[in-house]
Design a binder for this molecule. Structure first.
Ligand SMILES: *[C@@H]1O[C@H](CO)[C@@H](O)[C@H](O)[C@H]1NC(C)=O
Ligand SMILES: *[C@@H]1O[C@H](CO)[C@@H](O)[C@H](O)[C@H]1NC(C)=O
Ligand SMILES: *[C@@H]1O[C@H](CO)[C@@H](O)[C@H](O)[C@H]1NC(C)=O
Ligand SMILES: *[C@@H]1O[C@H](CO)[C@@H](O)[C@H](O)[C@H]1NC(C)=O
Ligand SMILES: *[C@@H]1O[C@H](CO)[C@@H](O)[C@H](O)[C@H]1NC(C)=O
Ligand SMILES: *[C@@H]1O[C@H](CO)[C@@H](O)[C@H](O)[C@H]1NC(C)=O
Ligand SMILES: *[C@@H]1O[C@H](CO)[C@@H](O)[C@H](O)[C@H]1NC(C)=O
Ligand SMILES: *[C@@H]1O[C@H](CO)[C@@H](O)[C@H](O)[C@H]1NC(C)=O
Ligand SMILES: *[C@@H]1O[C@H](CO)[C@@H](O)[C@H](O)[C@H]1NC(C)=O
Ligand SMILES: *[C@@H]1O[C@H](CO)[C@@H](O)[C@H](O)[C@H]1NC(C)=O
Ligand SMILES: *[C@@H]1O[C@H](CO)[C@@H](O)[C@H](O)[C@H]1NC(C)=O
Ligand SMILES: CC(=O)N[C@H]1CO[C@H](CO)[C@@H](O)[C@@H]1O
Length: 423
């Protein structure tokens, strides 16, 4: 777009919105109006592009949520505002009619690189339209559909889109009720597509306990996949699935961030992960939160981590029924493994020896306060640990309006493995 064309809309997003509302006989949405007014004052608007933050949550005072009609007006304004490169519409009231407007917008003139539609009310037919719009070349690099109940069929449309699209780098289909066919089709699509770097497939609806979908994921990882970040939380994964994944990752792989949280992984499965960590490969973040690895699993991981310096930088074992024995072993491993910088342990059976071991790690400077979810404090000469609101992706679903903790501490994974410019 020519500079003067940008300039012609540049300071006037709000004005155009007011006009467009009048032209289309739509009432103004005061929330959108205020955000556009703020955007008009943004200095980065002409140089870097801006993200309009219209999420319906994150506010101390309730905001009027964005409806399909609001989106229609907004799209007519944004059609000419090429400097708007990101649009956050999470937690609003968009339905399939809104998805249709969005699809048309994406297809026609869009310069959007980041689009967040999480937790709206978009279903299968809306998914078909949006995925359809992304079939041909697009500017969009990061799409979040999380929490829209697009179902297995809706997920299939995205899987099929991946066969044609070469711009998308990050796709978030977590909590979308996709089924086993969608997971399999996605895995197959990713054996071809080399542009997608990160995918979130958390919490599908699985009927079978056979872990076939994990087998397909493993096959995909083995086939020179270009994936850097993979979320397979709530996949009912057991030892069999973990073994398949680890086998695939022994072969050369680009994967740096593996999220296996909320599965059924016990100590036997951890042995495969320990073996994977022993061989020097690419993994930098391993999330095992909310499994049941217990002391045996924690000790197995500790041994793997302590034997040689590895690539792993962050480990989460929150809520794994680990007692002091396993937690102290992990702390000790950190004294000999200099690569591991982040560790998350809350939700286990933290006893006195754990408190001593972790406060010591911090006292000697081996573990920084911003790199773990516990903080030591002292009562009557005894050291205890308190929980900190830190984690690998604490703000995946919700970000407080006033950030109470340092950005890197709450979303550590974004700093360790940055996948694309747009989160
Ligand atoms: C609103 O309508 C007027 C008159 O038809 C037109 O000049 C103007 O460009 C329209 N504005 C928008 C934002 O559609
Ligand atoms: C696409 O953008 C051009 C200017 O770059 C504008 O003239 C045209 O109306 C836009 N089309 C749509 C459908 O928004
Ligand atoms: C979602 O949208 C459908 C129509 O597409 C509507 O019937 C339903 O009430 C909506 N649900 C919510 C929670 O808004
Ligand atoms: C996929 O892309 C090819 C060109 O690369 C194009 O011919 C084809 O129509 C596209 N398919 C769809 C469904 O958009
Ligand atoms: C997609 O974009 C790339 C790079 O911009 C271009 O080389 C390719 O021809 C485009 N393909 C389609 C189907 O538009
Ligand atoms: C992976 O890539 C290597 C070299 O780039 C190639 O030799 C090998 O055949 C590929 N393997 C698969 C399964 O595509
Ligand atoms: C994996 O990568 C290493 C180092 O880059 C290389 O020496 C080895 O041959 C590769 N193995 C396979 C199976 O491609
Ligand atoms: C790990 O590396 C550090 C510094 O590079 C070194 O001091 C330490 O001995 C190494 N540990 C092991 C187990 O190799
Ligand atoms: C592990 O791999 C990295 C990168 O390939 C390498 O720099 C490092 O020396 C290796 N460490 C060990 C202990 O093999
Ligand atoms: C936690 O581990 C203990 C043994 O340390 C075991 O007795 C208990 O059943 C476990 N709890 C759960 C919920 O698995
Ligand atoms: C954490 O990441 C989210 C996006 O995933 C972002 O919206 C939020 O601002 C980040 N929070 C902090 C404190 O950096
Ligand atoms: C089937 C296929 O290969 N689809 C696309 C996957 O992504 C690459 C870009 O990395 C495209 O070139 C392919 O067309």
């Amino acid at each position: 777009m020519l500079f003067w064309q940008v300039m012609s809309v540049l300071p006037d997003l709000h004005l155009h919105y007011v006009q467009a509302c009048q032209n289309l006989s739509q009432p103004e949405n005061p929330f959108i109006a205020r955000v556009l007014q703020e955007a008009d004052k943004n200095d980065e608007i002409s140089t870097k592009g801006i993200t309009l933050k219209l999420a319906g949550n994150n506010h101390l005072v309730p905001v009027p949520r964005v409806t399909d009609d609001d989106l229609g007006v907004l799209a007519s304004v944004l059609g000419q505002a090429a400097f708007v490169t990101g649009l956050d519409l999470a937690y609003n009231l968009l339905t399939d009619a809104g998805a249709k407007i969005m699809a048309t917008f994406l297809q026609e003139n869009s310069t959007l690189q980041y689009l967040n539609l999480m937790f709206n009310n978009i279903s299968t037919s809306g998914a078909e339209l949006i995925a359809g719009a992304l079939h041909s070349n697009q500017s969009l690099m990061h799409l979040r559909m999380t929490g829209n109940k697009i179902g297995n069929q809706g997920g299939m449309f995205f899987a099929s889109m991946l066969k044609n699209n070469s711009a998308l780098e990050k796709l978030d289909l977590g909590d979308c009720d996709v089924g086993p066919q969608c997971l399999t089709a996605t895995a197959i699509a990713l054996t071809q597509n080399k542009s997608l770097k990160a995918i979130n497939l958390n919490r599908p609806l699985l009927s079978s306990q056979q872990e076939e979908t994990t087998v397909h994921m493993a096959r995909m990882l083995r086939s020179n996949s270009s994936l850097v970040e993979l979320h397979l939380g709530k996949h009912e994964m057991k030892n069999f699935g973990v073994e398949r994944l680890c086998e695939a990752l022994y072969e050369n792989s680009s994967l740096r961030y593996l999220d296996l949280s909320c599965n059924n992984i016990i100590s036997d499965g951890v042995e495969f992960l320990g073996e994977l960590l022993r061989r020097n490969r690419s993994l930098e973040i391993l999330d095992l939160g909310a499994n049941r690895i217990e002391d045996v699993g924690a000790i197995c991981l500790s041994q793997a981590l302590a034997t040689r310096n590895r690539t792993l930088q962050a480990l989460s074992v929150v809520s794994n029924n680990i007692t002091g024995q396993g937690l102290v072993a992990l702390a000790q491993a950190m004294h000999s493994n200099m690569a591991l910088s982040h560790i998350y342990i809350w939700g286990n059976k933290i006893d006195r020896s754990t408190c001593v071991a972790f406060s010591e790690l911090m006292a000697v400077g081996r573990l920084e306060l911003g790199c773990t979810d516990v903080a030591p404090y002292e009562v009557d000469g005894e050291v205890l640990l308190a929980e900190q609101s830190h984690g690998l992706a604490k703000h995946r679903y919700w970000t407080p309006r006033c950030a109470a903790v340092a950005p890197g501490a709450a979303n550590a994974s974004l700093q360790i493995v940055p996948v694309s410019e747009y989160l």
